[in-house]
Ligand binder design. Structure first.
Ligand SMILES: [Zn+2]
Length: 339
């Protein structure tokens, strides 16, 4: 009996040694210590043993059991330790590896151009003011000398929320809002989004950005307007840039003009960029119409002023020589990264 037990224990120990994974240990446990395991079978066959020998044999079987259980536990611990070590090895951080580069976003060319324009005007003592994108018909048209039956309103046929509210078609209503507050003098620019029912093409979009400028003070003349815009053009497009004023009509200014700058590509000689003319149109401007001043509670006999409006996209397209406005809205990172 002793021999038999010894053989069983040795056999089990051999199997443990060659076990390759935790599961195999479990199989060994079942095979030797389980309900139908080999040791259990021996206990069951105790009745064949002489009664006086039974305690001794029982003791031997229990000893064998204890040995197996201890060895199994030892082997199990070994496996657990090995698995842990492998895991640690696998998860080790190699601090000598170069760090992964963080992906940084990029400022939109429109924003870069806007900041440039703001920098120029803030440098001349202007304040940057913002206003609502959903505007009253009164501020968008009426107070800007565009009554209900005015043809200029047709040109800006737009997105109405109801008969009284609309998506603003220009940033000029911000001027009215500032004039109404009556804190004179005024020197401000108002950048922001505006909305028109334009079809999308290379130079049009139903949503674009304008920058409106307004100066109101005593003794402001057209010469101030001219000097201001000439300085703006120089700072934006280079010291050599000249400006040209062409008579035009806007309902809210009188007299009004459109402003061209000398082509910064050819210096005014004429090239493909300026379509051979040497000039590039950049904005509209004029002296604030006395009616507009009156409607906002400012006495036109005491105060005068000028206003101008420039399309931000126009500046961006010119500054970065982009030939299609749609590129500005597509958010293609390969395009945006260039600026
Ligand atoms: Zn040119």
């Amino acid at each position: 009996m002793q021999e038999k037990l010894k053989a069983i224990v040795n056999e089990a120990l051999e199997k443990m040694k060659s076990a390759e994974k935790l599961d195999s240990l479990n199989d060994i446990k079942v095979a030797y210590l389980g309900k139908k395991g080999e040791l259990t079978e021996i206990l069951k066959s105790m009745k064949e043993v002489a009664p006086e020998d039974r305690p001794k044999v029982g003791q031997m079987v229990n000893d064998a059991r204890t040995v197996l259980e201890e060895k199994l536990e030892e082997a199990r611990q070994g496996f657990v330790q090995k698995i842990k070590e492998e895991q640690i090895k696998r998860e080790t951080i190699d601090v000598t590896l170069p760090a992964r580069k963080k992906f940084m976003g990029h400022r939109h060319p429109n924003n870069i151009a806007l900041e440039e324009v703001e920098r120029i005007f803030v440098g001349m003592g202007y304040e940057v003011v913002e206003g609502p994108e959903i505007e009253y018909d009164y501020y968008n048209f009426e107070a800007l000398n565009i009554p209900a039956n005015h043809p200029a309103k047709d040109e800006q046929d737009t997105f109405y929320v109801n008969s009284n509210l609309l998506l603003r078609t220009q940033t000029s209503p911000v001027q009215v809002r500032v004039m109404e507050q009556g804190n004179l003098p005024i020197r401000m620019i108002a950048p922001g989004r505006v909305f028109r029912s334009d079809e999308v093409d290379a130079t049009h979009s139903p949503c674009f950005n304008q920058i409106e400028g307004l100066v109101i003070d005593k003794n402001i003349t057209f010469a101030d307007l001219k000097g201001t815009l000439a300085e703006f053009a120089k700072q934006l497009f280079g010291e050599e840039t000249k400006v040209k004023f062409r008579p035009h009509h806007f309902p809210f200014t009188e007299p009004s003009a459109e402003v061209d700058v000398t082509c910064f590509k050819c210096g005014g000689k004429g090239c493909r960029f300026c379509k051979g003319s040497g000039w590039i149109e950049i904005l509209g401007c004029g002296m604030v119409h006395p009616n507009v001043l009156k409607m906002s509670g400012i006495d036109p006999d005491e105060y005068t002023g000028f206003a101008f409006g420039v399309g931000l996209e126009r500046i961006t397209l010119l500054k970065y020589e982009i030939d299609d406005m749609r590129l500005l809205y597509e958010n293609d990172i390969r395009f945006l990264k260039q600026f």
